[in-house]
Design a protein around this ligand. Sequence first.
Ligand SMILES: [Ca+2]
Ligand SMILES: [Ca+2]
Length: 719
Amino acid sequence: MGRSALVICLTAWALAAADYWVAPTGDDAGPGSSERPFRTVQRAAQDLQAGGTCHLRAGTYRETVPPAHDGSAAAPLVFLAEGDVTLSGADPVGGWEPLAERLWRAPLASDPGRQTQVFFASRMLTEARWPDDRDGDPFTPDGAPLAAGSSEAALVSPALASAPLAEGWPGAVVWVMAGAKWSSWTAPASGFEASWILTHMNPAKGGEFVVTGGRQRPDADHEWAYDAETKALYLQLPAGQDPRRDSVELKRRQLAFDLRGRKHVHVRGIGVRAASIDLREGEGCRLEGLRLLYLSHSRGGNTAGSLGEPTGIPVSGRSQAIRDCETGYSSGAGIELGGQQNAVTNCWIHHISTMGCYAAPLNLRGVGHVVSHNTLEFCGRDGLQPAGRGHVVQYNEVREAGLLTQDLGLVYQGGVDGGGTEVHHNWFHGNRAKACASGLYLDNCTHSFWLHHSVVWDCPGLGLQLNRPSGYNLVTHNTVVGQVGHWGRWPGREVDGMFGDLAVNNLVSRPLELQPGVCAADNLAGLATAAPPTPHPVIPTAAVDRGAVVPGLNGPVVGAGPDVGAYEASVEPWRPGHDFAKPPADVPGQPAGSPYANLLRKARFEFCGTTYGGLNDGAIAPWTAAGAQSAKAVFAGGFAGSPEARTSRLGRDGGGAPVLRSAWRVPWSNCVSATVADEDGTRTDDVWGSVPAEAASVPQGRYHAVHSRERWPKLRSDA
Ligand SMILES: [Ca+2]
Ligand SMILES: [Ca+2]
């Protein structure tokens, strides 16, 4: 048998896997053929094998689909919409009777829980709350003002005097946005378990709150409530609207597809409503051309910083892809991307984090993801949080963030080593936070990012913010309408530095304010235009050919030299964001890398091992103890008080390093010291780092110990 014959056999086998059809008018007792389709997708999913396709005819399916089998890379398991298909997490509610003017009641046997939603004529309604929501917009909380005397134990407000709450309190949940307003917190009305965020969210500092649920009855149009005593759902509608005429739906299922642990399952063209899809711990699954609306909802009850549960589309495992999808309306995240080498491409993700917490349209963790050509907009807090390491974040447009919170960025991350994450060719604009509204914002102890060729505008705080300590962050060829600056958490301490940071060839509308130790050269201040970039920012004549030639950092160059800023004159301008009409190809998932990046990952020590904002990867990976090689423990007090630290190079800022407090629970045993040679072998340094699992010791000659501009080629003096 020749090679060609073998190929034919494999193809024939792939085609042999049975296809199934499903239609709302079908019958699960039938064969699931095109002529006699099944009625449920679940039924088809039981029998569907690798290489088979489940064809969904137009209509609404109210079920959670757990495929029983895996596909393979060559023969995926496919769920394909044929026509307008919706998988809904909600069920119709009938049996409505009028109680009083505009108030309606229907029997409901059991409490639908804190994650439910009610829809009337496809509109999402509001769970009964005080004060009432004035406009149906979750980004205007319409809360009661907190007065002096408030604390996490008791909320004080003069507005309470007129609240009809005496019977409504039991079981109610309070949502509070207070203090520094980094995040909301929620608690049962009877009490709250204090956590870290309360020290900054203390309601004594003012803010607002809303009381939801409990035994409140609807007292405003478009409010609903469930009452366990009468086992009934209550609804107030505007005069003339009738739940016996238009449909009422109640969310009953969290998932449309449960793809946890599944391999090579593809879902194409399907609409999902009031439900999500779980892609954790899988491999090679692919969501393509989906429209997911109202994917996550919760009233909370014991939250601070995050909802404490998976929200949006949770993804882990490896080689998973979400592309050409619309994902909208989540009280938590849009997509939570963990695991390895997963991709989100050409997606439109909007109206996210209506709870006002650290959930974002895209929350990254894990390693080596690609986030390309997406539009992320209308966010309670940040637009994108790139925790984890080695990601590529490119050609995205991120806008309209900070609608509920303060001190945030369109891209925001604190306390991680990015391990070479590259953020490039993006537009970041429209931060609406009332305070500290930044564009690109790497908060304290964030290291080893490369930010390049992005444009930032319409951010009243800092356009680009690197909070100290900050290390090995490369900032090159960006156009920033606004200021580039930094803020230190521990002023006056030598630990509070910007070791290894670099800023080159940036076009900025205001002077750069960075520490003297930062290698800053060939930037142009005062020239970035305030106009939005359509199709790209105006490139000032003074910026043309004016940039430093640094191989590996410049983009395409026309003329005598690279232009300063994100765009090169005479080169076809790039445009970020999603385009469903002309979807971009899948992109390779590797950072290009810079010769100037820090190669020793986690050479600085962060808030590792803690759940800083709930966003860290929670581990010091990829490092483990060096064993017999040279492992040493540094105890509370950290580098500043340690003789070993004082002789170290990487991981400190010419005399210091981040002070690590024991309360941060850094796994000290992972820390090692080692002696390494500089790249060219001319200098030997003691470094502090941790040793990766794959290496028994730190090999010599791989690591940059560069922190002075003398190493930089052809840099002119700064403007
Ligand atoms: Ca109300
Ligand atoms: Ca509102």
